[in-house]
Design a protein around this ligand. Structure first.
Ligand SMILES: C[S@@+](CC[C@H](N)C(=O)[O-])C[C@H]1O[C@@H](n2cnc3c(N)ncnc32)[C@H](O)[C@@H]1O
Length: 259
């Protein structure tokens, strides 16, 4: 018996991995986070499978379902939104499973930050502009470690992806403007990859008002950084004809040709 912790992807049922979908179709017990995982993702559960929404459950209740499945020798598809490794509250479940000697395996998924970048048609890392992506959140009811306060992270001026922060736009903007500047581009992607997808773009100076006007208050990714609007970024080395790498030799330059 094994618990498969499966990343369902950002919402579009076609963005789950083949392996994740196969396991959902095979496991006799399917436990999914119904707050964000759409029903279509678990609709392929096999006939007679026990399909339960964990949105209203406590950790103990989730573990009770898993223990009952273990006793019946039934595999469990534990389906989480996006990628289970990012703000998934999966670690506490895995810790309890380890204590109980229950085997588990993680099947990764497409995170909502990737889906948001895709919706915008953007790359989050650009040569010489930003080579770092910070995945984080604003401080809400969950306290942030001191070294990870937004003001601190902002000093890097890296590309930022903010989860769980759409209702905290005032704090976000106030924390970021001193380092990024009010003219720094921001994009808010609501329900990336889902039918109700909405995109709001602006700057740190005006995004709060724009998000308010759009009435967006849930399920959104906030992306911050100059990569969102830059067009004059340098080309990467990867396709540079004068740059050799493991898969391609550089063309001979006149200098190389000198005896
Ligand atoms: C509990 S976290 C789960 C993140 C998830 N594990 C992932 O990798 O995307 C929920 C937050 O993820 C973001 N999120 C999840 N699905 C989203 C989507 N389809 N579009 C935009 N943001 C999304 C929102 O910031 C939301 O508040």
């Amino acid at each position: 018996m094994r618990v498969y912790i499966i990343g369902a992807g950002p919402g579009d049922p076609k963005l789950i991995t083949v392996r994740g979908a196969e396991l959902i179709a095979r496991c006799p017990v399917v436990l999914y986070t119904g707050s964000l995982v759409p029903k279509e993702v678990v609709a392929s559960a096999r006939e007679g499978a026990k399909v339960l929404d964990s949105a209203g459950m406590t950790l103990d209740e989730i573990l009770a379902v898993i223990v009952e499945a273990r006793d019946a020798e039934h595999d469990v598809a534990r389906v989480h939104t996006g990628d289970p490794a990012i703000f998934g509250s999966t670690a506490e479940q895995m810790r309890r499973m380890q204590e109980l000697g229950i085997e588990y395996e993680i099947i990764p998924g497409v995170s909502s930050f990737s889906a948001a970048a895709a919706a915008l048609g953007k790359e989050l890392t650009l040569p010489e502009l930003s080579q770092t992506v910070i995945l984080t959140r604003a401080e809400g009811r969950t306290p942030m470690p001191d070294a990870e306060k937004l003001e601190e992270l902002a000093r890097h001026r890296a590309t930022l992806c903010l989860f769980l922060s759409i209702t905290l736009m005032k704090d976000v903007v106030e924390a970021l403007i001193p380092s990024y500047g009010g003219d720094c581009p921001v994009a808010v992607v609501h329900k990336a990859s889902c039918p109700g997808q909405q995109i709001v773009q602006g700057t740190l100076a005006d995004i709060r008002e724009k998000v308010k006007d759009a009435g967006i208050r849930t399920q959104s990714m906030i992306l911050v950084g100059h990569v969102l609007t830059s067009t004059d970024f340098a080309n990467s080395r990867l396709y540079d004809p004068e740059f050799s790498h493991r898969f391609r030799k550089a063309a001979k330059t006149p200098k190389d040709a000198t005896p």
